[in-house]
Ligand binder design. Structure first.
Ligand SMILES: NC(=O)c1ccc[n+]([C@@H]2O[C@H](COP(=O)([O-])OP(=O)(O)OC[C@H]3O[C@@H](n4cnc5c(N)ncnc54)[C@H](O)[C@@H]3O)[C@@H](O)[C@H]2O)c1
Ligand SMILES: O=C(O)[C@H](O)[C@H](O)COP(=O)(O)O
Length: 371
């Protein structure tokens, strides 16, 4: 069994014990590299479509990601190729990132997160968990998720229209990138919606770059009454617009979900799906943990931010990205940052020590609780 896998995919040992694994650059993968391949394992940088797969022996494609906008599902169906991805694999890492982003934005704007209203657009694995954690902190959350609303799904917060969520003090986007249908999210946040955001508001995006019209955002951020913006994802990755990066409060190179555990779960979920597809029982999975101690009392929001920064420092990603866009080849520099990303553990890897004031207890217990 010949397996081709993205070179940035960790924890491939279970695949290596059942096949011959070749690691490739996912960004430049071509059909020629798949001529003897039955299994293709990708991440979000590989466009998987008919042109890549037609005429190859590939029968199973796995993407170790939550998002699937890089996969042409219709083409896979037409070619009779099985597909699996990894829903929720790195959701926890993204929510930890967003919680830090919210606290940093509040600090910058001189407001308290607990007294602010947060709009969450998309209440799936990431947005739903974020809503739950913010509820636990006593924050008022305005949720927007038309597909869940239509399905009458149970959600951690009541659902409102998009325009209501966009009136919140801080807004965080968690929708898949889609281009068709009633809920299409391409340029969901366009010039007209950006014009309605004011200087006291914050816009955070960790979903996909094209959900915000980046050119319109760069123009809006030049204006005096601009909102604050924090972006992990960009149009035209790996070459985000340097003018836009200049104007955002904090930016990072699409790494909100880049925890050791999130990446590990992504590969493990594909291995389980592959086993099931082969008619074998799927092995149990549990990410490796070491349970190191993290001593961090929490009495106020500054302490909560300090606790989150013990595990991960968003400012470091911001500094690295600003340097990368000035490199001779910014696209290569962006991808190199992601390839050589320093190990970052989710909070559940640590054991928390230290006094926690009553208003913070429900959230802190969630931060360190296993799934
Ligand atoms: N930056 C990163 O590292 C990173 C990591 C993980 C996921 N992501 C992105 O975040 C997205 C969300 O992740 P998730 O795990 O929560 O996905 P999910 O599929 O669990 O949830 C997405 C939710 O968005 C809702 N939705 C769809 N269209 C909508 C619209 N137009 N308006 C409002 N809601 C809408 C869906 O009903 C669903 O509940 C992924 O699709 C992926 O693109 C980015
Ligand atoms: O959708 C996701 O899970 C993430 O956006 C994605 O995994 C980011 O990492 P990449 O696949 O580009 O390495």
């Amino acid at each position: 069994m010949r397996i081709v896998a993205d070179e940035n995919m960790p924890a491939l040992t279970p695949f290596e014990s059942q096949g011959q694994v070749t690691r490739v650059n996912g960004r430049t993968l071509t059909r020629n590299q798949l001529k003897d391949t039955e299994v293709l394992l990708v991440r979000s940088v590989t466009h998987v479509d008919r042109a890549l797969l037609e005429g190859t022996p590939v029968r199973f494609v796995g993407s170790a990601t939550i998002g699937t906008d890089h996969i042409d599902r219709q083409a896979l169906d037409d070619l009779g190729i099985a597909f699996a991805h990894a829903p929720g694999c790195n959701a926890r890492a993204v929510v930890e990132y967003v919680l830090q982003a919210l606290l940093l934005a509040c600090h910058k704007q001189g407001r308290s997160l607990r007294e602010s209203r947060v709009g969450i657009v998309g209440l799936g694995n990431v947005g739903g968990r974020l809503a739950d954690w913010l509820n636990a902190l006593g924050v008022t959350v305005i949720g927007c998720d038309p597909p869940l609303a239509r399905a009458g799904a149970r959600t951690p917060v009541p659902l409102d229209p998009l325009d209501a969520a966009l009136e919140a003090d801080l807004i965080s986007l968690h929708v898949p990138l889609t281009r068709d249908g009633d809920d299409a999210s391409h340029h969901l946040i366009d010039a007209e919606r950006l014009a309605r955001l004011g200087p006291e508001q914050t816009l955070i995006s960790t979903c996909r770059g094209p959900v915000i019209d980046n050119r319109a955002l760069a123009t809006r951020l030049e204006q005096e009454d601009a909102p604050l913006a924090l972006l992990d994802v960009w149009e035209n990755e790996p070459r985000p617009d340097p003018a836009l990066l200049d104007r955002v409060f904090l930016g990072s190179p699409h790494v909100a979900g880049y925890s050791v555990e999130g990446k590990w779960r992504g590969t493990a979920m594909l291995h389980q799906a592959w086993c099931r597809w082969r008619g074998e029982s799927a092995p149990e999975m549990a990410p490796p943990t070491e349970g190191a101690e993290l001593d961090a009392p929490v009495h106020d929001e500054a302490d909560l931010l300090a606790l989150l920064r013990r595990a991960y420092r968003l400012h470091e990603d911001d500094a690295r990205l600003r340097e990368a866009v000035r490199a001779p080849d910014p696209g290569v520099a962006f991808d190199t940052l992601r390839k050589n990303y320093p190990p970052r553990h989710e909070l559940l890897y640590w054991r928390h020590r230290g006094d926690v004031a009553a208003p913070f207890k429900p959230l802190v217990s969630r931060l360190f609780a296993p799934e």
